[in-house]
Design a protein around this ligand. Structure first.
Ligand code: SF4
Ligand code: SF4
Length: 130
């Protein structure tokens, strides 16, 4: 599976170059023992342009999105968002199965009532349309 490292950097919304490799994010991570690439390594690999190697990592699925790493990071790097960006890439590769605005009416009933929670639609757009 191919991944666009620049796309990951863009969609994470954070600047991995600010990482000073202090490891505090990994020290705070409750999933550390379950991860092959703990958050500080994960961030470092994305910074090096090596996101492709993370697509099949255990870390993608053992991160609980608890944001402890985000709170702990002294540089505002937000490792959880970097992991989320790679996870989104693994789930929805560029050009495949992305939701488009014209797909939305499928989720609306004949009378225009919404058949799914609106938060779900907003969240899907946020995740898959970057
Ligand atoms: S806590 Fe922040 S600065 Fe330190 S290693 Fe983790 S991401 Fe980098
Ligand atoms: S968000 Fe993920 S990487 Fe960050 S501390 Fe929680 S489990 Fe660890």
């Amino acid at each position: 599976m191919r991944v666009d490292n620049d796309d990951i950097l863009r969609s994470s919304g954070t600047d991995v170059r600010k990482c000073m490799k202090c490891g505090k994010c990994s020290g705070a991570c409750p999933s550390f023992d379950e991860m092959d690439f703990p958050p500080h390594i994960f961030v470092s690999m994305v910074e090096r342009g090596d996101a492709a190697a993370l697509l099949s990592s255990k870390s993608l699925w053992t991160c609980m999105s608890c944001f402890a790493c985000v709170e702990r990071c002294p540089r505002g790097v937000e490792p959880a968002n970097v992991i989320e960006a790679v996870r989104a890439s693994a789930m929805s590769p560029q050009g495949a199965n992305r939701m488009r605005p014209e797909d939305v009416p499928v989720f609306l009933g004949a009378a225009g009532e919404c058949l799914v929670p609106q938060q779900l639609l907003a969240s899907a757009f946020r995740k898959y349309s970057r």
